[in-house]
Design a protein around this ligand. Sequence first.
Ligand SMILES: *[C@@H]1O[C@H](CO)[C@@H](O)[C@H](O)[C@H]1NC(C)=O
Length: 150
Amino acid sequence: MQTKTILALFCTIVILLIGHNDGAPTVEKTIIADKETPAATPKKPKFTGARTHWKTNIDAKTAKLFNDHKVTVSKKLNAVHKVPRSFNPKPAKYSTQIVNGILYHFLVQIPNNKYAYVTIVSRTWKKPNAPADENVTVREQLYGLNDKNI
Ligand SMILES: *[C@@H]1O[C@H](CO)[C@@H](O)[C@H](O)[C@H]1NC(C)=O
């Protein structure tokens, strides 16, 4: 009889311990999951959106951005492609891309009937948010308006 009682008590304790342990791993699992997350993060590719389709209809906001940077665009078109400073560059088409800000891609016709590839990065939340030379780049390569590989 006493052995049965001890056995019953033992079983009760075991069940209680199992019950107690069932709760514990939940907390541990959460910690494990937290530890796994940072390890997995570097494997993820840095988020960079795809470029949109080229648009020939330049909206007011984009035209303003281009005009705000026109002095720099002229200066760099002159430096890279020898475009006279007196030339008034106008975008023929544009596309946008989310890259830690908005990257605007422009094809700008230059006097030899070729198109220069100009990009302007807009990070207007970053101060100072004035148009700066560093926000504008002009590629060395020239393009045709309807080149497919761009
Ligand atoms: C130009 O780039 C700088 C540095 O990233 C940034 O602070 C500034 O806001 C940018 N200008 C515009 C007009 O986005």
